[in-house]
Design a protein around this ligand. Sequence first.
Ligand code: HEC
Length: 136
Amino acid sequence: MKLFVILFASLLFFACANEPKKVEPTNPNGDSELALLMRKMENHWKTAKKAVEEGRPVETPDFSSILSAKPTDGSMKMPSFDGFAEAYLAQIETLKETDKGTQKKSYNNIINACIVCHENSCSGPIPRIQKLLISQ
Ligand code: HEC
């Protein structure tokens, strides 16, 4: 457990959120399109988590604007960004088709797709995203 804490602390050191802003934000309130979409997705899956835990049907909105939304800083969209984004969208498609028995697993696959991209882009929000995982 201790090792995990240390690992996280070192990951946080590289978090995008901790880097000084080099580019003017695209919105007057300082939030990029992509950051706003991320928060919207976080809120959506927070609600969906409850539904999955209670065995209710889950809404699967179209989050494909993740591919075009402008980031705070162009460098945040590393060359592999689109691939990770497609993988995330594909997991949402899988959840749509899944039945009750595999709903939890499919849901967690979506959250893991968030985490994988963050491990390769900005690791700051990872602890927040991990809270969305359902323990099985
Ligand atoms: C394809 C890569 C990718 C995927 C998939 C992804 N993210 Fe992100 N996320 C990013 C990048 C890049 C940023 C930085 C955006 C910016 O600051 O413009 C970010 C920012 C965030 C933030 C911080 C927003 C803020 O307030 O500044 C949160 C929270 C977040 N993501 C949660 C999630 C969650 C939850 C998921 C899955 C439902 C997810 N992300 C999926 C790449 C991704």
